[in-house]
Ligand binder design. Structure first.
Ligand code: NDP
Length: 292
């Protein structure tokens, strides 16, 4: 068997095009342009790149972005004061605090200071709590898990009763994706670093989501023939033959797993492009919430 490749770039493009159309329609109807505030603390080069690409994506879909930069020496109070100011600004419908924050700052306190109506990253404990509760809905779902679900649902529209295994239980990927799968009525097993016999657990999966940050950990014989494999991992490994001397791989050994899986996301070009697309969608939603 050779797996169908789930094209994250193409699906992300569809999501962005939908957001662009909806933003243009809002503007035509005289409603506010959605606004995203990005908060960057310190000078971590990777964070600078992420914030730049998020602001570029905003410009492409017609969302206004407002960049705020604080020095690496900023105090907890200064960061939280900025967040409170943005909470009160009616032009801003989404607040994105780029993680990781410098180590002297309490990131949970900063994320908790964001108004849940503007929590476009979906990391506020109230939004995560609502995601876990029956009969309650979060205002926003974290972008990477939401993107993984869009890809999965396009590939396997009926998730009811399927066996899903999630590798990883982090606050930003593993746990929210597992909660989303439960909401979709899948039967979910969550694995982590203390789980025993991962290959045997994974082999039971109709849907396997890998979010561990371990390069190419999931091997061919871990995967049930025909399973849908969503690889969230992004890992840089040395490769002297690559132009940069390194390349990106996922948490799944792509070439060998693609021989048994029914469908698989590549890395790069899989879940990665979906994250920013879902951020655009969440910011649009923030503006729609403010209309009410
Ligand atoms: P974390 O390091 O926060 O969490 C990793 C999880 O994997 C933990 O729950 C950990 O278990 C578990 N784990 C680690 N090693 C093993 C192992 N050997 N066996 C079983 N479980 C293990 O990572 P994130 O969730 O933030 O990210 C996961 C991956 O997704 C990374 O590669 C990251 O780069 C990528 N990522 C991609 C994004 C995208 O846009 N596509 C966005 C965010 C992340 P325990 O809890 O016991 O420690």
């Amino acid at each position: 068997m050779t797996a169908k490749i789930i094209d994250g770039k193409a699906i992300a493009e569809e999501v962005r095009a939908g957001v662009k159309t909806a933003v243009a329609e809002r503007v035509k109807a005289g409603k506010q342009v959605p606004g995203l505030a990005t908060v960057l603390v310190g000078d971590n080069p990777a964070s600078q790149v992420y914030v730049r690409s998020k602001r570029k994506a905003c410009a492409e879909v017609g969302i206004e972005s407002f960049g705020f930069e604080l020095p690496a020496t900023a105090t907890q109070q200064e960061v939280e004061d900025l967040v409170k100011k943005l909470n009160a600004d009616p032009k801003i419908h989404g607040i994105l605090v780029q993680l990781p924050l410098p180590s002297h700052l309490d990131d949970q306190a900063v994320l908790g200071a964001i108004s849940i109506e503007k929590d476009v990253d979906g990391f506020h404990p109230l939004n995560i709590g609502r995601l876990a509760m029956k009969g309650r809905d979060p205002l926003f779902v974290p972008c990477t898990p939401a993107g993984a679900m869009v890809m999965l649902e396009k590939t396997l529209p009926k998730l009811e009763g399927v066996n899903a295994v999630v590798l990883g239980r982090s606050n930003i990927v593993g746990m929210p994706v597992a909660l989303l799968l439960v909401r979709a009525n899948a039967t979910v097993t969550i694995c982590h670093s203390r789980s025993k016999d991962l290959p045997a657990i994974c082999r039971e999966a109709d849907v396997l989501i890998a979010a561990v940050g371990r390069p190419e950990m999931v091997k061919r014989d871990w995967v049930k023939p025909g399973a849908v494999v969503i690889d969230v991992g992004i890992n840089r490994i040395d490769d002297p033959s690559a132009p940069k001397g390194s390349r990106l791989v996922g948490d799944v050994a792509y070439d060998e797993v693609a021989e048994v899986a029914g469908a698989i996301t590549p890395v790069p070009g899989g879940v990665g492009p979906m994250t920013i697309a879902m951020l655009m969608q969440n910011t649009l939603r923030g503006a729609e919430l403010a209309d009410r």
